[in-house]
Design a protein around this ligand. Sequence first.
Ligand SMILES: Cc1cc2nc3c(=O)[nH]c(=O)nc-3n(C[C@H](O)[C@H](O)[C@H](O)COP(=O)(O)O)c2cc1C
Length: 188
Amino acid sequence: MSLTELIKNRRTIYQFIEKEVSLDLIQSFIEAAIYAPNHKLTEPWQFLIIGNNTQENIAKIYAENRALKYQVEDSEGYKKAFDKSLDKFCSIPQIVFVVQNLDEDSITSKEDYAACSCAIQNFQLAAWEKGVGVQWSSGPILKDSRTFDILSLDSNKHELIAALYIGYPHAVGTTQRKEVSEVIKHFD
Ligand SMILES: Cc1cc2nc3c(=O)[nH]c(=O)nc-3n(C[C@H](O)[C@H](O)[C@H](O)COP(=O)(O)O)c2cc1C
C-alpha cells in the first residue's frame, strides 16, 4: 500500500478482537511517532504504556465518569452503567497515554501540541500499516486529577492529550471526507 493509500484507508477503530498487541510492535509505533516534526526540537512528548493493574485502576475513573454522564449516583442505572463501562475499558487490548510536557511560553506550548498531534498521527499510521487499529480518545479521564496521581504526573508540568486505545480491529468504519475541491481556494 502506498503512503497516500495508507493515510486514506486508516480509520479510527472502536471495537477490537481479543488479541494482544506485542510490546515490540507498540515500541515500533512510538519510534515512528517521535520522528514527527517538532519546532526547535523540543520533543515535547512522553508515551506511557499501560499495564493491567494501571488499566484496572483507571477503568474505575473511566466508569465513574461514564456512569455519571447518564445516571444519578447510587441508582440501579448507575451501577449497571458503571459495570458496563468498567468491562469496556478493561477489554481494550492495549492503552498508551500521550503526555505533552508543558512549556511556560504559550506559543511554544501551542506548537508543542501540534507536534504531539503529528506524533500521534505517525503512531496511528505505523499501527495501521501493521494491521493494528487505534482510537484517539480525549475523554474526561485525561482531565481527572486521579489519573494524574496514578500516572505520577504533575498538572502544572504535563498535559494528558490522548489516550490511545489500541488493538486488532473487529470492525472498520466508513467515515468519509468532503470532496477535496470543497476545501481548496485558488489565488492568482
Ligand atoms: C484531538 C482529537 C481528539 C479525539 N477525541 C476522540 C474521542 O474522545 N473519542 C472518540 O471516539 N474519537 C476521538 N477522536 C477521533 C475522531 O473522532 C475521528 O478521527 C473522527 O471521527 C474521524 O474518523 P476517522 O479517524 O476514522 O477518519 C479524536 C480525534 C482527535 C484528532
